[in-house]
Ligand binder design. Structure first.
Ligand SMILES: [Zn+2]
Length: 514
């Protein structure tokens, strides 16, 4: 059994779950479910980043112990599991005792490589980002463009630094030896340019007297680790590193998925840290775009922040998953508006997929309540699909050998939009099949032929359900159930479904009153 590991970034626990993180989580889930479908053993990691100045200050403001405070905040992230129907296996909190020990061991290894040193430190710091800002990253007012309402803080003190500059050449070598290390390629180019322009060592600690809410630095009580340094280690501490060597070797390196604002941290900072600790770099890093709303970056002041939980409340989990997979470009920015969402929902789910399943199941239920057994190959070929000018293929072959192959190729490249497009291409083909053969008319003239047509349409419905397993797991389950199929996850070589029966069911995607 192949081993597969995928992880999201850990969102900062202080802010409520953002639609961009929901996108990241759902996409990681689609990839994880796809690998389970292939028969892989999958570890799918997510969690929360819980240290740092922002949490500490807010906890003080609310008169709470920081741990008590994050215990309360983390619930909003834990509940995403059911809201978005994600199948993660690991949920790591950077306040977990094991993670803290792993972060300390990681520190010791970087230190043993000579990559950690102490220096006087004076930087401009955005509390909102929990990041140092260089002059060029600030706007014309000297403020962080992401947090224009916060004052930039000047911090001057002695701190520990990580020797990032030492890894410039090694990182560039990594990127040239593995050109698809970061997907999409335009992000890879952006990263290469950034690293080529030179890396500055970065501070990895804060003084405990000012900010005690972090992982203790080994053998120095005056410092705690900077939130980024400890949080990045989660990708391996979740695998039991350092003590569970077997599990670590089996699953690391893995696939990481992140938003575009996280490119440098994931693909340059973290990779240099891994090199320093003598560990293999990640396998691949997938970069998502942002989700805007009505052409604008979402912001409280514009009042256009979309809460994923609200969308699910109105349309259901699979509608949002569908939107993430198909309507947001695989590696680029998406735009959420109520109108666009409603339009895609109506057109593709209510009138498309839902309607097809309803029509087919109703015909089968009415005309053949006893069910339909597999027709002879000869009969199946008589109603084959026309492909190109003179090529005909049986629908079963079309699904297993043509659509599923193209779908797999897209999935292997993490082109989720392309893969789900294949499912809707199949749906279109099935709709044409209904139009060409008109089984509702044929039933009066040639019941035997109508039966063959309907068997094909059932096969098509279940074929859709099969390909939908990673994308819309709940809808997929319902379709299998409607047509009486229990063998959902067929063995290698593709599905072989023989007998179908249809049952009464509620609309898969109810019409939403506006
Ligand atoms: Zn900021």
């Amino acid at each position: 059994m192949a081993k597969f590991y995928i992880t999201t970034t850990l969102p900062y626990v202080n802010a409520p779950p953002h639609i961009g993180f929901a996108l990241e989580l759902v996409r990681a889930d689609i990839i994880a479910r796809y690998h389970r479908l292939l028969g892989d053993e999958v570890i799918f990691n997510t969690g929360t980043d819980e240290h740092g100045l922002k949490v500490y200050r807010n906890a003080l403001k609310e008169n709470k112990d920081p741990k008590e405070y994050v215990d309360m905040l983390v619930k909003r992230f834990v509940s995403l599991k059911s809201t978005l129907n994600v199948s993660y296996t690991n949920f790591i909190r950077t306040t977990d005792p094991h993670h803290k020990k792993a972060a300390q061991e990681f520190w010791n290894r970087c230190s043993a490589s000579g990559d950690i040193y102490k220096q006087l430190y004076s930087i401009k710091y955005c509390v909102g980002c929990e990041l140092e800002k260089t002059e060029s990253e600030l706007d014309e007012y000297g403020r962080c463009p992401i947090h224009p309402n916060l004052e930039i803080e000047i911090i001057e003190e002695e701190n520990y630094f990580f020797r990032w500059s030492k890894y410039q050449e090694k990182l560039l070598e990594l990127y040239s030896s593995r050109p698809d290390f970061v997907l999409p390629s335009f992000r890879m180019n952006e990263l290469r340019n950034f690293v080529s322009s030179g890396l500055r060592d970065f501070s990895i600690t804060r003084r405990r007297e000012k900010m005690p809410w972090g992982v203790a630095v080994p053998e120095d009580d005056e410092h705690v680790m900077y939130v980024w340094f400890d949080a990045l280690v989660n990708y391996i501490s979740t695998l039991g590193w350092p003590e569970d060597e077997k599990k670590f070797k089996n699953f690391w390196p893995g696939i990481q998925i992140a938003g575009k604002d996280n490119l440098r941290q994931q693909a340059a900072m973290w990779q240099a840290m891994l090199m320093s600790a003598g560990l293999p770099c990640s396998k691949q890093i997938l970069i998502n775009g942002f989700i805007e709303s009505g052409g604008h970056k979402m912001s409280k002041s514009l009042g256009n922040v979309v809460d994923p939980t609200d969308v699910v409340g109105q349309y259901g989990t699979d509608a949002l998953r569908y939107w993430f997979a198909r309507e947001v470009p695989a590696f680029d920015d998406g735009d959420f508006t109520q109108d666009k969402f409603a339009f895609a929902y109506e057109g593709n789910l209510v009138n498309g997929l839902g309607n097809y399943i309803q029509r087919v199941s109703t015909m089968v239920k009415n005309y053949f309540p006893e069910g339909i057994a597999r027709p002879s190959t000869e009969d199946l070929l008589k109603v084959a699909l026309k492909r190109g000018d003179s090529e005909y293929v049986a629908l079963e072959y079309f699904i297993k050998r043509i659509i599923a192959k193209e779908y797999r190729e897209a999935m292997e490249k993490f082109e989720l939009t392309k893969a789900i497009d294949k499912i809707f291409e199949l749906l279109k083909e099935l709709d044409v099949f209904v139009q060409v053969h008109e089984p509702f008319k044929l039933i009066k003239k040639d019941k035997e032929k109508a039966k063959v047509i309907l068997w094909n349409l059932c096969y098509g419905a279940v074929g859709l359900a099969w390909l939908l397993i990673p994308f819309l797991p709940e809808t997929s389950d319902k379709i299998f159930d409607i047509f009486g199929i229990t063998e959902k996850n067929p063995p290698a070589g593709g599905p072989k479904w023989d007998n179908f029966k249809a049952k009464e069911h509620k609309a898969l995607f109810p019409r939403i009153e506006k």
